[in-house]
Design a binder for this molecule. Structure first.
Ligand code: PMP
Length: 454
C-alpha cells in the first residue's frame, strides 16, 4: 500500500468494464429516468422513497451508469454496502459459479459449505480470541432482532437498552430501538416493549469538557435508575451512529459502557451493520478503541451488495439458544454466502481498511479547508470512508436541514451521489466505495465545494 490511492482499480482487478469517469449527457434525471420514475410512482408503494430518481443500468468501482448514459460518482455505496465497489471481480465470479451450481436448499434442511465458511471467517475477523459462533440472516434488522433474542435467552432478562439517535432497522422490534420518529416510526406503532433509551455521547452538541467516561456515567445512571441493571439483557450500540448523523462518541465512552455491561452480566452488542468491513479504516469500528463486544451484528458491507447479515459472538451466549430457535428460510443463502466470501477476500487481499484510511486523509483535509470558507459547516467528523459534515446556522450549533438538502441536491445535479442523515436532517454523509480512484474522489469533493458555494 502506497500513501496515495493510485494505482487504483487496475490493481484491484477492474470495475466490471465501467469507465471510471463522470459523464453528464442530460440534466439529471434524464428523460429515460423520468419515464421510469413515472412508472415507479404508478407501480411502487409510495412509502418506498427515492433519494435521486436516476435509474441505474450498470455500476462498477466508484461510478453508477444510468439509463440515459450519464455516469455519476458514487459517494453512497448503496448506503455503505458496496465497500468493495460494484461488480468487484471476486464477488462476480464466485456468485456466477455458485448460481450455476445451486441457488437454495435451505441451510436448516440440507446444509452447504459456504455458510460454514462465512461463519468461520466472521469468527476469525471479529475482535477477541475467545471461542465464537455465528448465525446468518437476510437483513440488518433481522440480525439485530436475533441478537436481542439470543441475549434474552442467555440472560433470562427482558430489557433492551439503546441510545439517543440510534438506528437499528424498520421491523417492529427494531423500530422500537430506532430513535427517530419521522419517517421510520410515524403511525406504525404500537412498538415492542422493554426497550429503553439512554443518552448518547454527541460531542458536537455538548460542552467539550464532558469526557467520554462522563457521558458513559450519565447513560449508566439512566439505565440503573430507570431500568435496573439486573433487568437488562443487552445494551445495543452503533460504535459510530449511521442514520443518526455519523455521531462519533467521545473517546472512552464505548469502553466504559462495555465494562459496565461486563460487570453487570449484560450482553454488550455492537451494531456494526453500517460501520463494518473496513468502512471506518479498521475491519470493525470497535477496534479503534480496543472494545471487544459480546455479540456483533453485521450486514451491508459483508457481501458486496447481496442480502446477507450475521450475528457473531461468544460461543456460550450464541449456543445458549435451543436447536431450531434461530433461523429462517433464506438466512445464509448460498449465493449471498459466495458473495460474502468474495467480498471478504477482496477486503483482506487488497487491505481495503488501509485504503479507507487514505480516503479519510484526503476527505478530512479537504472538508476542513471547506469548513474554514463556509460557516455553515459546523463540524467535519467520522472515520475512514465514513465521513460527514454537520450543517448549522453560521455561528451556532443549530441544525440547518434546508441548507443540507440544498447542498445535497446541488451535488446530485452535478452527478455526485450524496446522502443525508441525522436526527435533525442536517448531516451530509460520504460513503464512497473503498476502491474509488483518487481522481474521482477529488472530483467529488470539487463538486461538493461548488455546491456549498451555491
Ligand atoms: N443497524 C444499522 C446501524 C444500520 O445502519 C442499518 C441500516 N441502515 C440497520 C441496522 C438495518 O439494516 P437493514 O436495512 O439491512 O435492515
Amino acid at each position: 500500500m502506497t500513501d496515495t490511492l493510485h494505482p487504483d482499480l487496475e490493481t484491484l482487478g477492474g470495475a466490471g468494464g465501467v469507465e471510471q469517469r463522470r459523464v453528464l449527457v442530460t440534466d439529471l434525471p434524464g428523460p429515460l429516468s423520468q419515464a421510469l420514475h413515472a412508472r415507479k410512482t404508478a407501480a411502487v408503494a409510495a412509502g418506498i422513497g427515492t433519494t435521486l430518481p436516476v435509474y441505474v443500468t450498470k455500476a462498477g468501482g466508484g461510478i453508477l451508469v444510468d439509463v440515459d448514459g450519464n455516469q455519476l460518482i458514487d459517494f453512497g455505496s448503496g448506503i455503505a454496502v458496496v465497500n468493495v465497489g460494484n461488480a468487484a471481480p471476486e464477488v462476480v465470479s464466485r456468485v456466477q459459479d455458485q448460481v450455476a451450481q445451486f441457488t437454495h436448499t435451505c441451510f436448516m434442511v440440507t446444509p452447504y459449505e459456504g455458510y460454514v465458511e462465512v461463519c468461520e471467517a466472521l469468527n476469525r475477523l471479529t475482535p477477541g480470541d475467545h471461542d465464537k459462533r455465528s448465525a446468518l440472516f437476510n437483513s440488518g434488522a433481522e440480525a439485530v432482532e436475533n441478537a436481542v433474542k439470543i441475549a434474552r435467552r442467555y440472560t433470562g432478562r427482558d430489557a433492551v437498552v439503546v441510545f439517543d439517535h440510534a438506528y437499528h432497522g424498520r421491523t417492529n422490534l427494531t423500530m422500537a430501538m430506532t430513535a427517530k420518529n419521522m419517517p421510520y416510526k410515524d403511525g406504525f406503532g404500537p412498538f415492542a416493549g422493554e426497550v429503553y433509551r439512554a443518552p448518547m455521547s454527541y460531542p458536537f452538541h455538548e460542552p467539550a469538557s464532558i469526557k467520554g467516561t462522563e457521558a458513559a456515567m450519565r447513560a449508566i445512571s439512566v439505565i440503573e435508575k430507570q431500568v435496573g441493571a439486573d433487568r437488562v439483557a443487552c445494551v445495543v450500540i452503533e460504535p459510530i451512529q449511521g442514520e443518526g448523523g455519523f455521531v462519533v462518541p467521545a473517546e472512552g465512552f464505548l469502553p466504559a459502557i462495555a465494562e459496565w455491561c461486563t460487570a453487570n452480566g449484560v450482553v454488550f452488542i455492537a451494531d456494526e451493520i453500517q460501520t463494518g468491513f473496513a468502512r471506518t479504516g479498521d475491519m470493525f469500528a470497535v477496534n479503534h478503541e480496543g472494545v471487544v463486544p459480546d455479540l456483533m451484528t453485521t450486514a451491508k458491507g459483508i457481501a458486496g451488495g447481496l442480502p446477507l447479515a450475521a450475528v457473531t459472538g461468544r460461543a456460550e451466549i450464541m449456543d445458549s439458544v435451543h436447536g431450531g430457535g434461530l433461523g429462517g428460510t433464506y438466512g445464509g443463502n448460498p449465493v449471498a454466502c459466495a458473495a460474502a466470501l468474495g467480498a471478504i477476500a477482496t477486503i483482506e487481499q487488497h487491505d481495503l481498511a488501509a485504503r479507507a484510511r487514505l480516503i479519510e486523509n484526503i476527505m478530512v483535509a479537504r472538508l476542513t479547508e471547506l469548513q474554514a470558507r463556509f460557516p455553515q459547516i459546523g463540524e467535519v467528523r467520522g472515520r475512514g470512508a465514513m465521513i460527514a459534515v454537520e450543517i448549522v446556522k453560521p455561528g451556532t450549533t443549530d441544525p440547518d436541514a434546508a441548507e443540507t438538502s440544498r447542498v445535497s441536491a446541488a451535488c446530485h445535479q452535478a452527478g455526485l451521489v450524496t446522502l443525508t442523515c441525522g436526527t435533525y436532517g442536517n448531516v451530509l454523509r460520504f460513503l464512497p466505495p473503498l476502491v474509488i480512484g483518487e481522481d474521482l474522489l477529488r472530483e467529488g469533493l470539487d463538486i461538493l465545494e461548488g455546491a456549498f458555494a451555491g
